[in-house]
Design a protein around this ligand. Structure first.
Ligand code: NZQ
Ligand code: ZN
Length: 387
């Protein structure tokens, strides 16, 4: 097992009615900036519950954080945080509102050009405290250090990570997710599933417990994903899904193990170039990446086949291929196409365009062994295009 440093301070408030409990976790007298997206929280009653819980406090509101949050939008909120001496930023909505809020919190206390946090990996030394009421299970952003921000004028979608932006608390009330369109629920299941694969489908590292945690999350998502899609207001299955999505990317299963993340890096470029939903980009990349990297990932693919998909017949290669096929079928069963050609705007040049963008950004060697080169990125996307 590799050495690791695991620290996750986010206080999780899970379950029905937990929005009412937030006040106890906000310092007395702190001025609150509520951040939100395009209005889903007004339609489903979450805004009303939140304002009730914040009664008696000074609250400013910032609306309009878009899916794949935009730098220019977020910089407007940075002004407000600085001007109004905000003590806590409360992100109410999906992963984009929360990621955007993490960036706002870091940028508000940053000396210099905040864009450097994303392009140059400039260190985040301080951040305004932030917390979240999360209404879309998918990203794990509610208890991790990461955020992804886009800049449409330059076609960029970039990530940063810092322990300074861990949410102080996160409310996960499964009932707040009942209003999600089914497409977003499917996206959430696929995103969480892929997060586990990025940390599990690498090479053996003597981390038996992390492996079994990962396998249990995958099996749970395979079981509960279809249930929560076919019965979206069933509390029990939604609760299991919400908690699985958090556990998929809160640092626990990734501690002490090699990690891949090439699927996400390629996927972020597909979103930046073509506006494809984040989770959908993962479904068009992962199965094809696993095929191209089959030899390097063979042992873990065989373990994945046996322990996640109950595949015990055939040679190691056959079992690995069967597991990749089952993964593809799983995404498809959620209504998510795994073939690049199924998405709007894709052309014969797409593989080259994506590989070129990654290379320009200095990401010419990605994956757990740094062996996914621009040539391999082209091969992966060409496979997806031809499939
Ligand atoms: O804007 P509103 O009106 O709130 O509507 C949102 C949005 O249109 C809607 N929505 C959210 N909760 C709802 C709801 N509609 C009805 N009922 C509810 N309860 O859903 C739409 C999509 O929301 P968004 O926040 O964009 O989705 P998601 O949570 O999937 O976040 C995607 C973003 O997270 C990044 C992605 O790249 C993408 O930018 N990621 C962040 C990660 C992290 N921080 O660790 C890791 C991920 O791999 C990912 O890259
Ligand atoms: Zn993701």
């Amino acid at each position: 097992m590799q050495n690791f440093d695991f620290y996750n301070p986010t206080h999780i408030l899970f379950g029905k009615g937990q929005i009412a409990a937030i006040s106890a976790h906000i310092p007395a007298g702190a001025r609150v900036l509520l951040t939100a997206g395009g209005g889903s929280i007004k339609a489903n009653g979450v805004y009303e519950q939140t304002m009730k819980a914040l009664e008696g406090r000074q609250v400013t509101e910032f609306w309009g954080i878009e899916p794949n949050p935009e730098y220019a939008t977020l910089m407007k909120a940075v002004e407000i945080v600085r001007r109004e001496k905000i003590g806590l930023i409360l992100a109410v909505g999906g992963g984009s509102v929360l990621d955007g809020t993490k960036f706002i919190a870091a940028a508000a206390e940053f000396d210099g050009e905040p864009w450097d946090i994303l392009t140059k990996g400039a260190e985040v030394k301080r951040a305004t405290p932030l917390a979240s009421i999360l209404t879309l299970p998918a990203t794990g952003s509610e208890s991790n250090t990461f955020a992804v921000v886009s800049r449409r004028e330059t076609g960029e979608k970039l990530a940063f990570g810092s322990p300074k932006v861990y949410p102080k608390f996160a409310v996960l009330d499964p009932e707040t997710t009942f209003s999600l369109p089914l497409k977003q629920v499917a996206n959430g299941v696929a995103d969480a599933f892929t997060h586990v694969c990025e940390q599990y489908l690498t090479y053996p590292a003597g981390a038996a417990l992390q492996d079994r945690f990962a396998e249990s999350i995958l099996r749970t998502l395979i079981e509960v994903g279809p249930k929560t899609l076919s019965n979206p207001t069933d509390y029990e299955s939604r609760a299991v899904f919400v908690w699985s999505a958090t556990m998929a990317l809160n640092g626990l299963i990734g501690a002490g193990v090699p990690q891949d993340w090439a699927t996400h890096m390629i996927g972020h470029e597909l979103t930046a170039l073509y506006g494809i939903d984040h989770a959908r980009t993962l479904a068009v990349v992962l199965p094809h990446l696993l095929r191209v990297q089959k030899a390097q990932k063979l042992e873990k693919l065989a373990q994945f086949a046996e322990r996640v998909w109950d595949i015990r017949e055939g040679s190691v290669e056959e079992r690995a291929e069967a597991a990749i096929r089952r993964t593809e079928e799983f995404y498809e069963s959620l209504g998510i196409p795994t073939k690049l050609a199924k998405y709007e705007g894709i052309a014969a040049e797409t593989p080259q365009a994506v590989a070129g963008k990654l290379e320009k950004r200095g990401m010419a060697r990605i994956g757990e062994r740094s062996d996914i080169t621009p040539a391999k990125v082209r091969e992966i996307l060409a496979l997806s295009l031809a499939a």
